[in-house]
Design a protein around this ligand. Structure first.
Ligand SMILES: *[C@@H]1O[C@H](CO)[C@@H](O)[C@H](O)[C@H]1NC(C)=O
Ligand SMILES: *[C@@H]1O[C@H](CO)[C@@H](O)[C@H](O)[C@H]1NC(C)=O
Ligand SMILES: *[C@@H]1O[C@H](CO)[C@@H](O)[C@H](O)[C@H]1NC(C)=O
Ligand SMILES: *[C@@H]1O[C@H](CO)[C@@H](O)[C@H](O)[C@H]1NC(C)=O
Ligand SMILES: [Fe+2]
Length: 436
């Protein structure tokens, strides 16, 4: 990957700033020796591809047996995916839609969106986009039943740190990637959304990437571009329609015995909001016999003992509005991002340890250009069991209806993904003391 990256003087200047900022961050919070500062990346369009060639290919689950394929072409190309179970033998074909968007002076390429299936579970499919044989891709569908393996990464961005995290993710297999917000850190520079699409394509074209939004997806500029989430909604269409949500900003899906709920921290969440009403209805529909596990993702953490992002309304008010719902439904785990560090809490409800409440985990340490949030509150709250400001990713392996294994893989010295924290989970649905 590295040779295709352009390192501009601007990125070098930013890197120098990052070095200075980084140097000031050293504090005695952890004995861990952090990796040196890294540069921003910009992944340009491949020169060997013509303007009709697919790029930025990524896939996402649609219902239990379909897959959405999303890609961009610079100039017009057919919204068609050809696919099959043998390399180069495309026995099936599906058409979809093409869209584009404008953002100030920027005009996006053609964004193609095609849903294929029904597909068999745990099966490798080979595919081609826009009938373009210059590039071919493959993905594997998740299994129909447990066990299933998730990767969880937050606040990814596009720096050399991100690159290390993605390399570590690629080292061992998984079924579905979950991202609790803050994807590209494009921050109004729309070409950085394209760069991000290229950076993640090797992974995101092979396994479904299921994401929810963070503050960096909003990109609203008063008067110039008042509409929020334009790039995010156009480029990262998630299966909200299939879960009766009216917004791409929150949705849910079932995969192999796990019900995953993606909440939206930067849209309305109070008790009179559409999101709240949707969440109540979604939780009611869960059948713990078919999905014994409930996993929730959101961006701004409800529990956080880092000094960063304390007291923000997306954390405090959303928790006040929705914590009861998740507790009553016996949600197993809540993953958040936003804080650029790792932190794991015990099972908590209303600020106190509670055996029937979710475990809260902050995994906002994917590797974006803002660096690490290295200052934690002192003393450590008793409900916070493990915290460290290091880049990395998580793996949530759900083995059966009762047991799951969580591991936080620290990027460590950038050579190997070291396991920094690990824990066996027992599902709340299997605990007679927590029966609803
Ligand atoms: C699907 O797309 C192809 C290529 O653009 C077109 O030739 C074909 O007519 C389309 N089929 C349907 C059913 O729309
Ligand atoms: C897929 O593309 C690669 C090059 O990108 C090529 O080596 C390979 O033969 C192609 N496979 C098929 C089945 O077309
Ligand atoms: C998925 O398929 C692989 C081999 O193709 C097999 O080893 C594995 O057990 C399957 N997993 C499930 C959950 O069916
Ligand atoms: C579930 O997995 C755990 C961990 O591997 C194992 O100890 C337990 O016996 C399994 N339970 C069932 C019902 O298979
Ligand atoms: Fe954030």
């Amino acid at each position: 990957m590295a040779d295709s990256h352009t390192k501009t003087p601007l990125t070098i200047a930013l890197a120098i700033l990052a070095i200075l900022a980084f140097a000031s961050l050293f504090s005695p919070v952890s004995s861990y020796n952090r990796p040196p500062p890294r540069r921003n990346l910009f992944v340009p369009r491949r020169r060997d591809l013509d303007s009709h060639s697919p790029e930025q290919v990524h896939i996402s689950l649609v219902g239990v047996d379909k897959m959405r394929i999303t890609w961009l072409t610079e100039d017009s190309a057919a919204a068609v995916v050809e696919y099959g179970t043998s390399p180069g033998v495309y026995t099936n074909r599906e058409n979809g839609t093409t869209s584009s968007y404008k953002y100030a002076l920027y005009e996006s390429g053609n964004i193609h969106d095609v849903t294929i299936g029904p597909l068999d579970p745990n099966t490798t499919y080979y595919y081609q986009c826009s009938s373009n044989s210059a590039r071919n891709f493959s993905f594997k569908t998740p299994p129909a039943q447990l066990p299933i393996k998730f990767v969880v990464i937050g606040d990814l961005g596009q720096t050399e740190w991100t690159e290390t995290t993605l390399k570590n993710v690629a080292k061992s297999d998984y079924d579905v990637l979950l991202l609790p917000g803050d994807l590209s850190y494009a921050d109004y520079i729309q070409s950085l959304w394209d760069s991000f699409g290229r950076l993640v394509e090797p992974l995101a074209s092979q396994r479904p990437w299921m994401v929810t939004h963070g503050n960096h997806e909003v990109e609203r500029i008063p008067l110039i571009h008042p509409l929020p989430f334009t790039a995010y909604n156009a480029r990262w269409h998630m299966p909200f329609e299939q879960s009766s949500s009216s917004s791409n900003l929150y949705y849910s899906f079932n995969t192999a015995g796990v019900h995953v709920i993606m909440l939206g921290s930067y849209t309305d969440f109070d008790k009179s909001s559409a999101q709240y009403e949707w969440l109540v209805a979604d939780l009611k529909k869960i059948d713990r016999a078919t999905t014994p596990w409930i996993v929730v993702l959101l961006h701004a953490p409800w529990y956080n003992s880092n000094t960063a992002h304390q007291g923000e309304k997306e954390s405090v008010d959303m928790k006040a509005a929705m914590e009861d719902l998740l507790y009553q439904a016996r949600v197993d785990v809540v993953f958040a991002g936003h804080v650029h560090a790792y932190e794991r809490f015990t099972r908590v409800y209303n600020g106190e340890a509670n055996n029937c409440a979710p475990i809260y985990i902050t995994i906002g340490d994917g590797g974006n250009r803002e660096g690490l949030a290295s200052k934690f509150m002192d003393p450590t709250p008793t409900i916070s069991l493990f915290r460290q400001a290091s880049f990395g990713h998580g793996r949530f392996e759900v083995l059966n209806a009762t047991h799951a294994l969580w591991k936080w893989h620290r990027n460590d010295d950038d050579e190997v993904a070291v396991v920094g924290d690990s824990l066996w989970f027992k599902s709340l649905s299997s605990d007679p003391a927590c029966r609803i």
